[in-house]
Ligand binder design. Structure first.
Ligand code: NAD
Length: 384
């Protein structure tokens, strides 16, 4: 078959006749709360119910003042789950985010008013390719959506004159501001725009591994752009946010590299900076992965204790539910929005990153982690 790049559709047939995917916004429905409290009693339904209680009753309780990190992997914005994230950010229920670049890139389609459609996972992909249709499982959209989103990104990089080394939180903040200016009101249907509006820093653990990274690479090569994503800034900022928290808790969707990027904050503090923070206080994960493969996506909170990622005294406040996030997360958010602690003052950490990192430096110096490493003779003897 002769190669033809997708993106020049000769008529999309009726592949795009399915309903447009819109971001669902949870409303706190009492029936969902009733179901979760009374119907979800055992197995993974029981774990999901437990997760709802840990979040709504403990993590969000005003006295605990938990700094909540949300990590996002799996194709969740294409599936329409961005509205749940927006609702939590608006209500101050999520303080920072670590996401795959893909979820942020696909969020831009919504921000730019392009349409993704409901479809089927059982399709002829060669035919889709011929018609210039992209498929993410059962989500379908024309390849032109990719090309036009890429064009917007490259135009933003040039127009904004964004340059020099920076954290991904800074890049995403600038991108969000640009979207708000271009499409006023898009904070209602874009995670990136809503994060900028609500002051929630958004990090990406593998910035080169997405279409956002692909377009930044183009900008460097073809426009001599000097924007340089600095992963060390991301590591230090996440660490500083965790250090400043009264309590720390995470909601992990899927797993993947965002999961570790969040969890490594605690070991970075004790192992590298010499500041024992004590580990996470709350841990919630929804995943389809399993523990038996030894990978981190399936690793349990108990295993994380051995690394100092989770406080050994809090295992009752940790839970893994083996469920599809596209089912669990909307239910979890619906439950939360309908709960007593459904709104908190926003921390707006995106504006406090430099001050928090300065405090990390101060505490690391006080802990002596900047001093040359010396080995006491007794210690050397022990290793012989
Ligand atoms: N165009 C793009 O920019 C693009 C597109 C796709 C992926 N990517 C990149 O590829 C990398 C991998 O991304 P990924 O999202 O496939 O994550 P992933 O495969 O690394 O990790 C996902 C983990 O979460 C779990 N998971 C996935 N979907 C789930 C669901 N619905 N419910 C519960 N658990 C689920 C899986 O078990 C897996 O362990 C990322 O760096 C991403 O940015 C980029």
């Amino acid at each position: 078959m002769p190669h033809r790049s997708p993106g020049a559709p000769h008529g999309a047939g009726n592949y795009l006749s399915g309903r447009v995917i819109k971001y669902y916004r949870p409303r706190g429905g009492p029936d969902v709360r009733h179901l979760i409290d009374n119907g979800f009693q055992a197995f993974n339904a029981g774990r999901l119910s437990e997760a709802c209680h840990i979040y709504a009753d403990k993590m969000l309780a005003p006295d605990n003042d938990t700094t909540v990190g949300l990590t996002i992997a799996g194709a969740l914005t294409p599936a329409g789950l961005g509205g749940c994230v927006i609702e939590l950010m608006e209500r101050g229920l999520v303080d920072f985010i670590v996401s795959t670049g893909a979820n942020l890139y696909h969020d831009l389609h919504y921000a730019l008013n392009f349409s993704l459609h409901r479809g089927s996972p059982f399709m002829d992909d060669v035919e889709l390719y011929e018609q210039g249709i992209i498929r993410i499982y059962d989500v379908l959209f024309p390849a032109t959506v990719l090309l036009e989103t890429d064009l917007y990104l490259r135009d933003f990089l040039v127009r904004s004159k964004i340059s020099g080394p920076m954290a991904t939180a800074q890049l995403h903040y600038r991108l969000g501001l640009d979207l708000l200016e271009k499409n006023p009101g898009c904070e209602e249907y874009s995670v990136v725009a809503a994060a900028a509006r609500t002051g929630v820093p958004v990090y990406t653990s593998s910035p080169g591994d997405s279409s956002i990274g692909m377009n930044i690479a183009y900008h460097e090569l073809m426009n001599a752009g000097t924007l340089m994503i600095d992963p060390s800034r991301d590591v230090n900022e996440v660490c500083a946010i965790i250090l400043a928290a009264k309590k720390n808790g995470c909601v992990i969707l899927g797993g993947g590299s965002p999961k570790n990027f969040y969890l490594q904050g605690q070991p970075t503090l004790w192992e590298v900076y010499g500041i024992p923070k004590g580990g996470n206080d709350y841990f919630i994960q929804f995943t389809t992965d399993q523990v038996v493969w030894g990978g981190l996506s399936g690793a349990t909170p108990a295993e994380a204790v051995s690394w100092g990622k989770v406080n050994p005294g809090v295992l009752p406040d940790t839970v893994v539910a083996y469920v599809d996030s596209t089912i669990a997360f909307p239910l979890f958010c619906e439950y939360t929005v309908g709960s007593a602690h459904n709104r908190r003052p926003r921390k707006e950490l995106v504006h406090k990153r430099d001050a928090l990192v300065a405090d990390l430096v101060r505490q690391a110096k006080a802990a002596g982690s900047d001093k040359p490493i010396t080995h006491e003779p007794a210690e050397i003897d022990r290793h012989r």
